[in-house]
Every structure is written in structure tokens, then in C-alpha cells.
Design a protein around this ligand. Sequence first.
Ligand code: SAJ
Length: 404
Amino acid sequence: MINVIGLGYIGLPTALILAANGTKIIGTDYNESLIGTLNAGKTTFDETGIEKLYKEAVDSGIQFSNKYAEADMYIITVPTPYEKENKKINPSFILSAVESILKICKKDTIMVIESTVSPGTIDKFVRPLITEQGFEIGTDIHLVHAPERILPGNMIHELKYNSRTIGADSTEIGEKVKAIYQTFCEAEIVVTDIRTAEMTKVVENTFRDINIAFANELTKICRSDDMDVHEIIKIANMHPRVNILNPGPGVGGHCISVDPWFLVGDYPGLTNIILTAREINDSMPEFVLERIHTIMKEHNMKDFSRVGLYGLTYKQDVDDIRESPTLQLLENMEKHLAPALKVYDPMINKKIVESQYLSFDEFLNEIDFMVVMVSHSHLKQHIDKLNGKLILDTQNIISGANTL
Ligand code: SAJ
């Protein structure tokens, strides 16, 4: 039996797919209303395929509870916030999960940490906690780090088809855990040591951050000298060894905009490209704001209250707003003491910010100038409604619109 601790964006799909593939699972979360929702037959966030998986898991006997359960193996999928001031990871949720597990677990228990951690976190914080409580690592508790790699918006597919990394102290335990993940994962699963697994995960997200920063820097260069960045990227990408990512209004989400800071925080003298890339991506919401000002000036438009931002989530077709470029932009606006822009997002059905609309038609009625921050499928289905509006398209999906 496996107890999955933390039923958020990663824990829930992981618990469901394990259960649906025949493993006995108890999913635990301290959030009572979340457990209530799951026990009432509903999932807790939007994700392609999650409803179907939920039904399969329930049919296979998955249980949801507020309490930790006595199990053969624990999978910890709790959040790992980072502290903005010192750019370091805050492992408190992981440590509190480990402590709770130690209170009830039997000897010879496998403890898998899936949450992303900065390299060295397990050595620095988790091992001492386990030994301080009188447990011996390697006999009483077997530690494993199996970082998740799935892409929000395509999670269920990627759970099945993305390769994975299992970091363990002993190959035998690593192989045991690998066999469990192989019940649902059809891709290659590499067994390595814990520090390598920790570092690899952070490196993957840092690689993507740097590549997005390159596209964003090109955008600024091209804007400064009147060149078409999208045409240039399209042509450059025809080269067999060039693959430039898409420029955009910034990098959001709880992964790519956070993980590189772990390296900057831990290796301040050695992280030059990584730090610069972070700064470039963090500067993009302000760059969008400057473009809004310029376009308004070009069209003799003075009234900020007639400008609307389409998209509040950190990327298309997800309902997650963490670190979203739109929220960053609104924060920047406050710094300028300008009135908040109007906002609409089809994926968000409750008010997050003051100036938000819950109806697309009402939002459109109130604005003359729309800024596309996120390329939700919804927008592609309603392009005809934008006729006559001034558009700044940060995602390059509307032909003929102003771009970054
Ligand atoms: N973005 C761009 N341009 C691009 C691609 C993305 O501006 O060409 C922006 C997005 O709009 C978004 C942000 O970057 O604001 C991040 O989006 P994403 O789709 O690149 O990645 P995440 O954060 O949803 O998921 C990432 C993935 N990591 C990698 O692709 C290396 C995923 O596989 C990880 O599991 C996830 O982080 C995680 O949890 O760590």
C-alpha cells in the first residue's frame, strides 16, 4: 500500500494513475475541503483526462483522507515554496510530512520525495531529521528522490510517456521504486543517486528558462530596431540545429520561474547566465506595459480604463495563476500608481483581482484595447468577437495584431 502525501497538481494525478493501474493507494492532504471535494466525487482542478482517471482510480478503490496511513511506501508531493528574499528553498512542508510519516511508519519503509528540491536539500535537511528521530537510513527508512517531470496541460499523457529519474541510496531500492512507477509509466526510468536526481530536475527547468530568456531578449533587440522577431525565429528554426522557443509576456508557474533561483541562491558566484536569464524573463511584464503605453500613444488613446488583459493564468489552458505574468504586470502597474487594467480569463471562474470580469462579452464591452497575455483555446474559438478592437498580441496568435 502506498500513501501519497499532498494532493495538489502533482500528487493527485500521481495517486490516481497509480490506483488506476492496480496499486492500493491512500491519498492524504491536510486540506479538509480538498478531501471533501474528492470524496464527494469531484476533482479539484482542470486538467485534460483527469476526470476519466479519477473514475478509474475510484473504481480501483483509491481512498482520500486527512490522516497519514500506515503504508509500505510514501510518496511526498507537497509544495516547496522558495523564499524570494534569499532565493532559497523552504523545505518546511517536506520536513513536516517526513516527521508525520516517522510517527506512524513501520521499519523498512520507503520514503519517496517527488517535490522539487534544490540540490543538497535531502542531505542537508531530510537525513538529519530522520536520524535525529532515532531511525537508521538504509535499514529503517529508505530514502528516494523521484522528481516529477510532467507538463501542466498535458499531465496525464506525460505521466505515461515521459521518462523519469529515480535517485536512491541503494540500487536495490531504486529498482523496487522503478518497478512501481513502471506500472503506469511506459518510458525509460533511470536509477541514479539522490543528489544527481535533485540536480537534474532543477537543471531541466533552468535550461528551459534560459532558452525562453533568449527568445525574449531577441524580442527586445528586434523591437528596438524594427525587425520581426517571429519571422526571424521561424527562419532560424529551419536550421537543423537551431530551436528557439517562443517569446512571451514573461515566465510564470511554480517551476520554471522558481527552480533556477535555487541554483542562484546556492551558487551565487557561479550563476551568471542563469541569473541574467531570470532577470530577462522577470522584466517581460514591464516590457509589455511599455508596449501598451507606446501603442496607446500611437492611437491617441489616454484612457487606461478601456484597456483589458486577456489571460490571468501562467500559461494557456490551465487554471493555475501562480507567478503569472499578468499578475506580475498588475503588480508593476501598482508601482506606477496607474489604475488597474481590466482582466478576463476563461479558465478562472472566481474573482482573483479587483478589475476582473467573469463574462467575456462584458469584458469586451468595457474595452477598446485588448492585450493577449495567454493563448487559451477559448480565444482561438472567439477571434471574430475581436473585430474593431486594438490588439497587442504577446503570444503571436492573431494575424495582423501588434506584437511585442
Ligand atoms: N513559456 C514561454 N515560451 C515558451 C514556452 C513557455 O514564454 O516557448 C512560458 C509559459 O507561457 C509559462 C512558462 O514559460 O509562463 C512555463 O511554462 P512551460 O510550459 O514551459 O512549463 P511549466 O512550468 O508548465 O512546466 C515545467 C516543465 N519543465 C520543462 O519543460 C523543462 C515540466 O516538464 C515540469 O514538470 C514542470 O515545469 C515542473 O513541475 O517542474
